[in-house]
Design a protein around this ligand. Structure first.
Ligand code: SF4
Length: 337
């Protein structure tokens, strides 16, 4: 890749605010890292999967696949390379390992946690099961392998409503996202479906920051504004949004809207950046927020992991945990059909 090619990909993106853009000089600095990563990928039979929330130079410079955690998990089952480098957070690498036990899965970021996934452990789910022995345990995909292994069915933000409705039970414990759980309950109530949903108290620290005042402010400044939010946001935010969906569903919704439409995306900034690149004629205004975990991925640490992978960067799972977690994910594929 040349500096001009890289600059042409990145120049329409404002990763932070209006005055924050990629310059040719910045592209020149990043280019040696990008070219060495791309060379090493070939030599080391490695594929890079990057979540939409990581930095644009990773997505547009070195990633082979890009998308939300569910799409990337599916992509991970199709790749032929022997090593998967997952530029995202640890639970996503674990999902790739659950589905591809024979592959070496690497996670390069130094902050590989997630406020949501880290809000509950497998042990805590097993304790909850004693309290609610008759309930079906549903976990969001943003959980560790150990939590998935302790639950019955996994869901994504794209299929959660469909699966909860289809489950042949009216007693559900949903972990770990309290706000998504409240959105599920509101959706069921709206459709007159009676199910008891017991919630845990986890949340995504990025999505919980948005509120209705923010939407009112941006609407007052931008006539015709389309507000697009993620189901990890507060139910009050979801209620005021024009569209609520997973990042994959948001991307499809945006694609269908006319050019020049102004959008307020209430999710991590990485999606804003990706949309600025993919839809240069649409307008993406604030106010997104950065996830410190996703943004701890960098070209430097991807390269370092390819040069000298540390033991902690390899995703390792106990086989009994992997098999039980796979059963939970398979149940999702079954109910989502
Ligand atoms: S955006 Fe939220 S859910 Fe996603 S990795 Fe960051 S803290 Fe976790």
């Amino acid at each position: 890749m040349t500096t001009d090619e890289l600059y042409n990909r990145l120049k329409s993106i404002q990763p932070g605010a209006v005055l924050c853009t990629y310059t040719k000089e910045k592209c020149e600095q990043m280019l040696p890292l990008i070219n060495e990563i791309n060379e090493r990928k070939k030599d080391q039979d490695t594929v890079i999967l990057a979540h939409s929330y990581v930095a644009p130079e990773i997505i547009l410079g070195v990633a082979d696949y890009n998308g939300d955690s569910f799409k990337l998990s599916e992509d991970a089952t199709k790749v032929t390379q022997k090593t998967i480098l997952f530029s995202a957070v640890r639970f996503m690498g674990e999902t790739a390992k659950i589905l591809n036990p024979e592959k070496d899965v690497l996670i390069p970021g130094p902050l590989t946690g997630c406020s949501l996934a880290d809000s509950i452990t497998g042990e805590e789910v097993r304790e909850l099961r004693k309290k609610y022995p008759e309930h079906t345990f549903v976990c969001y995909i943003n959980t560790t392998a150990d939590v998935k292994a302790a639950c019955d069915v996994c869901v994504t933000s794209g299929n959660v409503m469909k699966i909860i409705e289809r489950l042949p039970t009216d007693k559900i414990v949903f972990v770990p996202d309290r706000l998504m759980g409240q959105n599920i309950q509101a959706d069921l109530d709206k459709r007159g479906i009676k199910k008891e949903i017991v919630l845990h108290n986890g949340c995504c620290y990025v999505h919980e920051t948005y509120d209705s005042e923010l939407i009112d402010f941006f609407r007052s400044q931008n006539p015709g504004l389309k507000v697009v939010s993620h189901p990890e946001c507060h139910p009050g935010v979801a209620l005021l949004s024009d569209y609520v969906g997973s990042t994959g569903q948001m991307v499809n919704y945006i694609k269908e809207q006319p050019d020049e439409t102004p959008f307020l995306l209430l999710t991590e900034c990485g999606l804003n950046a990706r949309m600025q690149y993919e839809h240069p004629k649409k307008r993406f205004i604030g106010s997104c927020s950065m996830c410190k975990y996703m943004k701890s991925n960098s070209l430097e640490n991807i390269l370092e992991t390819l040069r000298h992978p540390e033991k902690a960067e390899h995703v390792e799972l106990d086989e009994s945990v992997r098999v039980a977690a796979k059963k939970c994910i398979d149940a999702m594929f079954y109910y989502a059909k």
